[in-house]
Design a protein around this ligand. Sequence first.
Ligand code: PLP
Length: 436
Amino acid sequence: MTRNDELFDRARNVIPGGVNSPVRAFGSVGGTPLFLQSARGAYVTDADGREYVDLVASWGPALIGHTHPQVVDAVKAAAEKGLSFGAPTEGEVQLAGVIADRVQAAGLSPVEEVRLVSTGTEATMTAIRLARGVTGRDLLVKFDGNYHGHSDGLLAAAGSGVATLALPGTAGVPAGVAAETLVVPYGDLEAVREVIAAYGDRIAAIIVEGAPANMGVVEPPYGFNADLAEMAHGAGALLILDEVLTGFRVHRAGAWGLQVENGPAYEPDIITFGKVVGGGMPLAALGGKRAIMEHLAPTGPVYQAGTLSGNPLSVAAGLATLELATDEVYAHINAAADTVTSALTSALAAEGVVHAIPRVGSLFGLAFFDRAPANYEIAKMQEAHRYPPFFHAMLAGGVNLPPSVYEAWFLTAAHDDEALGRIVDVLPAAAKAAAS
Ligand code: PLP
């Protein structure tokens, strides 16, 4: 019995399913999850002392690599001064300023004010309450297969872990709450038009991932988010752009930055951030124009609060991470993605495995389908049974992939030639396993 097995047995006795977030349980790939004891650069080490090249990156935050010395030093220095104050700090002001400064492109500055929270779930939940408070309306439009965290109204046909476990929504969400959400197929402007025609004056907001990455990666149709902004605004509703996963990862100004630099300009009303913005510590944020953000308490009537909001250690990690996230970092990660995706497609093609590698910036996924799935219905049609053997062959070869075919692969600035070479070397065996 390995130490991972031993820990998993113990964990299942004291933690539901042995994990603190469902996808970690390896439910869709089978086997024992790795219990990690450390992570550095592009590598993680499990409880048995085995090292893996990591393509999970803590599900996104580790943009500059795990445990970067500058980030660790910043967190240590902050810890020496106080773990939590429950009072405003200078660091929060700096971080809000950095976020607002970075999220600018094509002459647009959609983020003037920022509220810091602790998780992506809290950020989207607050964004929705804010949109309802601003518009005085109740309904929310979301896209099937887009994941926005686990608050009640957003677990109507959600992707990510919910997709992995193949649950139709989840138990525990009141029918009345779910009924406030309208779920439409991703990429389907006609469906959005229909929903607006039917409920237009009751819709508070449309929420959409900057680029979907929780039903596998899906490249948004050209100008899709700009069209949504126009349709939302035409109906007197807001557009909430969820950049919890894509923010500061696919571009220095997120998916929004990438899109307005390469397509029609648009301004979301509220943007949510998470993952990279906290550099691996619990921190997330929502931002928007002053006129909208000031509806939040204490300036406005929309209540929102948090004992640990703007935690000084998280803020220090976020500031250090964003300082390190230079244009060179994005160029490096893009080039690393070129290397991995071309080796991946060669290996799978050599084995005759039908596949697609949808990609947005440096973010990509693998779909066992003859084309990049355009929405969740299509993503579910793929030959998903090929992923568990592929995944386990990669793991056996020392590469840690996300344990679900519906998750993105995350590269970091620390993936150097050696780490990339190790991934490339293992791919042929994994492709063979997928073919069988
Ligand atoms: N929004 C998106 C797009 C996400 O990918 C996630 C998490 O994966 C969330 C929101 C929820 O963030 P958290 O897990 O920090 O609550």
